[in-house]
Design a protein around this ligand. Structure first.
Ligand code: FAD
Length: 247
């Protein structure tokens, strides 16, 4: 597993559940781990049909909180509409279908692994006639926001026997000329090859690379300030392109 953000942790935990032994490579030091996932609010958009769905995911909600809150609904149809509106109908149909239709079960899967959620009262609700009314379909966040999410994932991964190596950067995908057979990685000054049948590249995007931002987003993007992790320099994408991945 290359990376240790939200995508990598979910893939690692799933692979472990299926019986694989899993090694995660995180190029950041322990105190800066988790990529952009650490920088988020931990807010997660998912489809729900009303307060019962929220209660199922937040069993800590008190009766008093429920009485003063109107969680509304965020149906799959509303989620699709938002995806189409925001992307001007350019969202990938298969991926969009997957993200919307699987959103609720994904939240339950995360919850079953030990991730805890709470309503985003501070940002996503207004007080109307004495009750908190949620808006925008973004209703729950993970406990402790992004840092809480990454810390919880780390505990869950370790408890299930997943090894995480910090300060360890994947630098190349190894192949036999036909299929990927492993990864070349660097820890401090040491290079090491490790073989693995499946290698999952979950190393984030390229926002911390001024060169790639300018190349792919256009002139001026070299000046942009990065709000997220300084470790997402597009290396996962480059490694894949080096062995012929389509852009
Ligand atoms: C400020 C901010 C707020 C956001 N808020 C939200 C929010 O509230 N809700 C939401 O859904 N989304 C939010 N997002 C978007 C969200 O952060 C990303 O969509 C999500 O984190 C992507 O997860 P990921 O696992 O793909 O990548 P990341 O979480 O970025 O993980 C990439 C991982 O790969 C590692 N890595 C990179 N290169 C290498 C290498 N060569 N070798 C080894 N490891 C490597 C990184 O260190 C990191 O561990 C926000 C983004 C930002 C910047």
């Amino acid at each position: 597993m290359i990376g240790a953000g939200n995508a990598a942790f979910c893939a690692a935990r799933t692979a472990r559940e299926k019986g694989a032994s899993v090694l995660m490579l995180e190029c950041a030091p322990k105190e800066e781990n988790g990529g952009n996932s650490r920088y988020t609010a931990g807010a997660i958009r998912f489809a729900y049909d009303g307060v019962d769905d929220i209660r199922a995911l937040c069993p800590d909600l008190s009766g008093d909180q429920i009485v003063i809150t109107d969680f509304g609904t965020y149906t799959e149809e509303q989620f699709f509409d938002d995806m189409f509106r925001v992307t001007r109908f350019r969202t990938d149909p298969a991926l969009c279908e997957r993200i919307v239709r699987s959103s609720r079960e994904t939240m339950h899967w995360m919850r079953s692994k030990g991730i805890r959620f709470m309503p985003i009262y501070g940002r996503q609700a207004f007080k109307v006639d004495g009750r908190f009314k949620f808006w925008g379909g973004l209703t729950l966040e993970s406990w402790g926001g992004g840092p809480g999410l990454v810390d919880a994932y780390t505990e869950i991964a370790k408890a299930s026997g997943i090894e995480i190596r910090y300060d360890t950067r994947a630098v190349k995908l190894l192949t036999d000329g036909h299929a990927v057979t492993g990864v070349k990685m660097r820890h401090k000054d040491q290079l090491e090859n490790i073989s693995a049948k499946p290698v999952v590249v979950a190393a984030g995007g390229f926002q911390a690379s001024p060169e790639m931002r300018t190349r792919y987003l256009g002139p001026g993007w070299e000046m942009a300030r990065v709000r997220g992790s300084r470790f997402n320099t597009g290396e996962g994408l480059k490694m894949a392109m080096e062995i012929g991945a389509s852009t």
